[in-house]
Design a protein around this ligand. Structure first.
Ligand code: AAL
Length: 414
């Protein structure tokens, strides 16, 4: 009898006697099995909230729907709407605030920008707001925060806002540009305004609320995407900064906390608290905070979780994540100890329209990142794109030239 046969008989006999399959079981165990596991299988059980997409409450795909009721001048690039706030519900309807630029021309870059010509999509912008009964059809209500007179913070542009409801008052945080975006970089601090009603009128703090970092610090030039939540009895304001830039800008996220909406804010000594991502999107989840890490950085396209609101790890890898997502977060300000999660919100789609007329538009996204929903259709991982969508991501000229040159090399195999 060969060794292989006797070994096989031994393995089968052992398995039968122990009642356990010798190989990894066909039915995926719901919890980590007590057996030798490869690093990948250890990670499956140790690193994620569940061992499969449908078991992972912090995994979801995203579905997108055009918004009704917002006009973009036939897409000529003179109007953009972007970087929406979180959605809140008040007075029996939904509210969202966002950057709106309405300029005589599309953006012309820093070299082409003037007092009336924008350098970037978010230059020469104001903060507008809209309301909706259903989250699909929106009515633009008007300007919430206009640019203040020079030299006040935000005189050049106010953009990228988010909302905080605190002790019955409403606070909007936003980027306050004191120079044209793109002169050195996309440089700005954050300021804020307060109102007794989501419909305003808004009173500016008239000062910088989140300062730029000290010279040489990662956040010395830009404090972007202010995103307040109420957590552990304080205001947790997450933000993004752009740093490095040699050769590519690195975008990471920071945290600043305060006991009052106008500060003083204290930056987390562990900043940056996320190593990737771009616009900030976060929500209370169970005892911690969940976050989107989108389109930049080594951990882009991930949904992350920090049980303490500070130390984030990857909870799921996703795809086609909403950009600059402002979710509807019912428990954003309740200081909850059991965050329920999110199912929809407003995001933006940038670079819309033909060359020279590029602008951003708002869209609705839906997902299942909620403890109170179990929509398996949102947990599918396959993303079926049309061929033209693949071919739209084509090779550039230098890549084609490189391939052509390689084709002309003599074959090493003769
Ligand atoms: C956005 C945000 C900030 C940046 C610019 C407008 O996506 O990251 O707001 O300043 O781009």
């Amino acid at each position: 009898m060969t060794t292989i046969t006797s070994t096989a008989i031994l393995l089968v006999t052992t398995a039968i006697l122990s009642g356990e399959p010798e190989g990894f079981p066909f039915d995926l165990p719901a919890t980590k099995p007590d057996r030798p596991l490869s690093l990948a299988m250890q990670r499956l059980y140790d690193a994620y909230p569940g061992p499969s997409p449908e078991d992972n409450e912090l995994y979801s795909t995203f579905k997108f729907t055009p918004l009704e009721g917002l006009d973009y001048n036939n897409g000529d690039g003179t109007i953009c709407r972007r970087d929406p706030s979180k959605v809140i519900r008040a007075n029996g309807k939904y509210y969202v605030w966002y950057t709106k630029r309405d300029t005589p021309t599309p953006p012309q870059g820093a070299a082409g920008g003037t007092d009336t010509i924008p350098s970037a999509d978010w230059d020469l912008a104001d903060i507008w707001y809209a309301t909706s009964e259903d989250g699909f059809k929106w009515t633009e209500q008007g300007v919430a925060i206009p640019r203040p007179p020079k030299p006040q913070v935000g005189w050049r542009s106010v953009s990228t806002t988010d909302i905080l409801v605190w002790e019955g008052k409403y606070y909007l945080y936003y980027q306050g540009f004191k120079e044209m975006s793109g002169k050195r970089g996309d440089d700005c601090p954050v300021t804020a305004s307060v109102a007794d009603s989501p419909d305003g009128p808004w009173t500016p703090a008239g000062k910088v609320i989140i300062d730029n970092g000290a010279p040489g610090d990662w956040d010395q030039f830009s404090i972007h995407d202010p995103y307040p939540l109420v957590y552990k009895g304080k205001i947790y304001l997450y933000y993004k900064s752009d740093c490095d830039g040699d050769p590519v800008i690195i975008r990471m996220h920071g945290l600043a906390t305060a006991d009052h909406p106008f500060g003083p804010f204290t930056k987390c000594p562990l900043n940056p608290i996320m190593n990737s991502g771009h616009e900030t999107t976060l929500f209370p989840f169970k005892e911690g905070i969940a976050a989107f890490s989108i389109h930049n950085g080594i951990e882009h396209n991930t949904i992350q979780y920090a049980p303490d609101g500070i130390n984030f790890s990857i909870a799921a890898v996703s795809s086609l994540m909403p950009v600059a997502a402002g979710p509807y977060v019912p428990d954003a300000f309740t200081d909850t100890k059991d965050g329920r999660g999110i199912t929809w919100g407003i995001s933006h789609i940038a670079h819309v329209g033909e060359a020279g007329k590029k602008h951003s538009i708002l869209a609705r996204f839906d997902c299942d990142l909620s403890q109170d929903l179990n929509d398996l259709a949102m947990k599918q991982t396959d993303l079926y794109l049309k061929p033209e969508e693949y071919f739209s991501q084509g090779l550039n000229k230098s890549q084609r030239d490189r391939i052509q040159k390689a084709n002309e090399q003599p074959s090493p195999n003769k």
